[in-house]
Design a protein around this ligand. Structure first.
Ligand SMILES: NC(=O)C1=CN([C@@H]2O[C@H](COP(=O)(O)OP(=O)(O)OC[C@H]3O[C@@H](n4cnc5c(N)ncnc54)[C@H](OP(=O)(O)O)[C@@H]3O)[C@@H](O)[C@H]2O)C=CC1
Ligand SMILES: CC(C)(CO)C(=O)C(=O)O
Length: 340
């Protein structure tokens, strides 16, 4: 295995394992892993599948696996840790990354790339966006459960990697409006917690109006705050983002017809927040709903629905709980209507 790989995946879980696994073989990929994943991948190798029938198995010995940040040296580093681990990843990378390294944050939330940029002066740090779902179905088995193209902030340093990602079946769309893209993705990620609290696969949850009405409340609040602050939201769906809450509130049969793309999800796919709760990990709720609450605070406003969702997920982190859509909707509606 090469002494200095072409590409480092920093944080090998669902997204890192899947992206790195698809790139493996086309370029020299090194995976920075934690102990548990090291054992899993050494023993079982890596299995990659997608909803369109793609399948690949990489044997353990063929994987370049490292546990220490000291080995995270490559011209291209993909950061794929959860948001709560970004400060540590940034500190660790700051010690080892060469000055000409390109770092792409393929994380959700609005602030991970910013945080990495501040900690990695001189290096090029770009925000990326993964539109599709990846679930670790079994240890070391990463499944892409929905579709979409990766997006990355447009930059000259990105150009040389575009053919590589395209050859791996992961085409990247370079974007000049990445902050607006991240806000659009955040609107979808406001469903992560609702999906986790529902205990249902994403497709079943989104097929039911009760859950969609909960999401519509959270999205409506976020959209109002973006508008108030004059922050644009990219149009990633056929309908403009401001119409999303209305779309979500349609009756099930109509929604299934009008928004069939939103339901084109593998029947087993679940949000990454659901995965966190299952694994007993701290979720990214602060980086997702917390971003909405933070922006509201900047203009002296509240975001009571998103704030209440944070509290409910915190409770679920401490003690597993399954909600019904009726109860959650009641809970969020009463948060929305409570006087300040
Ligand atoms: N899963 C999905 O469908 C999608 C996820 N995303 C976003 O991608 C990002 C990654 O999510 P996801 O892949 O689901 O998360 P996972 O928790 O599955 O993977 C993150 C991995 O990084 C490891 N890790 C954390 N810190 C370090 C470190 N310092 N050194 C080495 N390894 C480390 C974690 O280990 P450990 O578990 O031991 O803590 C974990 O295995 C998140 O921001 C998420 O919101 C975006 C789109 C889709
Ligand atoms: C793709 C999506 C919106 C849902 O799986 C996601 O980003 C996540 O689970 O974190």
């Amino acid at each position: 295995m090469s002494a200095v790989p072409e590409l480092v995946v920093y944080g090998t879980g669902s997204v890192g394992g899947y992206l790195g696994g698809r790139l493996h073989g086309l370029t020299a990929v090194r995976f920075i892993v934690r102990e548990r994943m090291l054992r899993t991948l050494r023993e079982r190798g890596m299995t990659l599948t997608d909803l369109h029938g793609f399948q690949r198995v990489i044997d353990g010995p063929a994987l370049d696996l490292r546990t220490g940040a000291a080995d995270a040296i490559a011209p291209l580093v993909l950061v794929t840790v959860k948001s709560g681990d970004t400060p540590q990843a940034a500190r660790e990378l700051a010690d080892v990354l060469p000055a000409d390294a390109l770092v792409i944050s393929f994380q959700n939330g609005l602030h991970n790339a910013e945080l990495l940029r501040a900690a990695l002066p001189g290096r090029t740090v770009l925000a990326g966006m993964v539109p599709f779902n990846v679930l670790q179905r079994e240890p070391g088995a990463f499944h892409q459960g929905s579709s979409g193209e990766l997006m990355v902030e447009d930059h000259p340093a990105l150009q040389r990697y575009l053919p590589l990602f395209a050859a791996a079946g992961l085409p990247i769309e370079p974007r000049r409006d990445m902050a607006a893209v991240q806000r659009a993705k955040l609107l979808f990620n406001l469903n992560n917690a609702i999906n986790a609290l529902s205990g249902l696969p994403l497709r079943d949850e989104l097929a039911r109006r009760g859950w969609r009405r909960c999401l519509a409340l959270a999205q409506g609040e976020a959209l109002a705050i973006f508008a108030r602050l004059g922050l644009p939201v990219a149009k990633l769906t056929p309908l403009p983002p401001r119409w999303l809450p209305l779309l979500l509130k349609l009756p099930d049969a109509l929604f299934a017809r009008v928004a069939s793309r939103m339901l084109a999800i593998d029947p087993l796919a679940r949000s990454s927040t659901w995965e966190d709760l299952q694994a007993g990990r701290r979720t990214e709720v602060d980086a997702l709903h917390g971003a909405v609450v933070g922006l509201a605070g900047r203009v002296g406003q509240r975001a009571p629905v998103n704030q209440r969702i944070i509290e409910l997920v915190r409770e679920a982190e401490a003690r597993p709980v399954v909600w019904t859509s009726e109860r959650l909707l009641q809970e969020l509606s009463s948060a929305a209507n409570k006087p300040a």
